[in-house]
Design a protein around this ligand. Structure first.
Ligand code: ADP
Length: 414
């Protein structure tokens, strides 16, 4: 089955086509036919695509919205230009899987999209006003462009975390706020945490129930999850993706009283303060330079800038502190797993985070840590009490697999 996997953002669209079916899932031999991204939708968009044989194309086109973006993508997929034989017409795309950000308490696993599901995703708009409307537009645009007969599946960022117990998901605010407005921790990056936990247990040849790990997704957004018996039992992101770790432009945790103080002192609205915490804070806010960790690391090496160093230190310290919290939440863990752009690619940040976790049994092997790239690897010294792993994430693969399972009516464990 050729599955088109879509991840629609406010001005971007990431996509992949993955050929998979129950047999390929069992044998772990799914095949990625192409991957790509469309940036700057709303103006002259830049489209980058890479096909299976490593052939890369970069195109530009005026694309006014997500619907026009999908139209462009589908035309490209069936054209000679795309350069692969599997898709000659739209009928060769047998299903479409969408990353949907917020599934609230309604969606505990991936689902085949029908009118009821669309209404459910719409109900969650209050919880994710920036993201869910874009996801809905993507789903509706595909339906208009390919037709209602092609099944579509929604895979929620929150679903993996619906196993978190009450004591971890409730905030200590008046309880009626939960009842009235569903104010609670939901957690995000669920598909990524779920994927790396799945990959870890395949590598270790253990059952899901035996999987006790702490997973660190460190990218532009960052979150940390405690997984016990294969299930998420706590996570650092909260009601929205603003809570928890220091991120590229997001502050993560802070004293909530600071919001009104900033509003008064800086003459800002509360909305304005929230936007600042989302877009002007984190690595960018502290360094005053950039949200891009790679650039910060180069800058530190070349100029040893004080605020750049501070940004990296605060980022790493917060991550370490959260590992401690998640080890307590799981009651001890069998491994720590790093993933995401920073987690997969920065030996320095991994080392900074792990320094000071010796008490927990963490001891990195400097060479293994430095050499790991692109494939799953253990980076601790042989025999360390608490092993540390790097496992590249692959959310799209899980979305494609969930899509197949939903379409075929099969149960969908990771
Ligand atoms: P997103 O959360 O948007 O998917 P990614 O997971 O791609 O983002 O992570 C982006 C982050 O990863 C950026 O801060 C980028 O600088 C960082 N990154 C990528 N490669 C490296 C590297 N080699 N060293 C340090 N940071 C890196």
């Amino acid at each position: 089955m050729n599955v088109l996997v879509l991840n629609a953002g406010s001005s971007s669209l990431k996509f992949q086509v993955i050929a998979t079916d129950p047999e390929r899932i069992r044998q772990d031999t799914d095949e990625r036919l192409c991957r790509g991204a469309m940036e700057r939708i709303g103006g002259e968009a830049i489209v980058t695509v890479e096909t299976r044989n490593g052939h890369r194309q970069k195109l530009t086109a005026p694309i006014k919205d997500i619907s026009a973006g999908l139209d462009y993508l589908l035309r490209w997929l069936v054209s000679e230009q795309s350069g692969f034989d599997e898709i000659r017409n739209l009928g060769d795309i047998q299903a479409v899987g969408h990353r949907v950000v917020h599934g609230g308490e309604v969606f505990q696993e991936s689902v085949l999209i029908d009118e009821k599901v669309l209404a459910g995703i719409e109900e969650c708009i209050d919880l994710a006003p920036l993201h869910n409307p874009v996801n809905l537009r993507g789903i509706k645009a595909v339906r208009d462009l390919i037709g209602r007969d092609t099944p579509q599946v929604a895979v929620f960022d929150t679903a993996f975390h619906t196993t978190i117990p009450e004591q971890a998901y409730l905030y200590a605010v008046p309880y009626h706020l939960y009842r009235r407005h569903k104010i609670r921790r939901y957690g995000f990056h669920g598909t990524s945490h779920r994927y790396v936990a799945y990959r870890y247990r395949r590598l270790k040849d253990i059952e899901r129930e035996q999987t006790n790990v702490v997973t660190m997704h460190l990218g532009n957004g960052c979150s940390c999850t405690a997984i016990r018996g294969g299930k998420s039992v706590d996570t650092s992101m909260g009601m929205t993706p603003l809570e928890g770790l220091v991120m590229g432009t997001r502050s993560g945790d802070l004293d909530p009283a600071i919001l009104s103080l900033i509003a008064v002192k800086e003459g800002m609205s509360l909305d304005g303060v929230e936007t600042m915490l989302l877009t002007q804070s984190g690595l960018l806010g502290i360094s005053g330079l950039t949200n891009d960790m790679r650039v910060l690391q180069e800058e530190l090496k070349e100029h040893d800038d004080r605020r750049v160093r501070l940004a990296i230190e605060i980022f790493s310290y917060r991550a370490r502190k959260y590992i401690g919290a998640m080890l307590a939440a799981t009651g001890g863990s069998d491994a720590i797993i790093f993933t995401g752009g920073i987690g997969e690619n920065s030996p320095d940040i991994r080392a900074r985070i792990c320094r000071g976790l010796e008490w927990a049994g963490v001891e990195l092997d400097a060479e293994r840590n430095a050499q790991t790239r692109g494939t799953p690897a253990e980076i601790g010294v042989a025999g360390a009490k608490l092993p540390v792993w790097v496992i590249p994430t692959d959310e799209e693969l899980l979305i494609a697999r969930d899509t197949v399972r939903c379409v075929m009516g099969l149960p969908h464990p990771a």
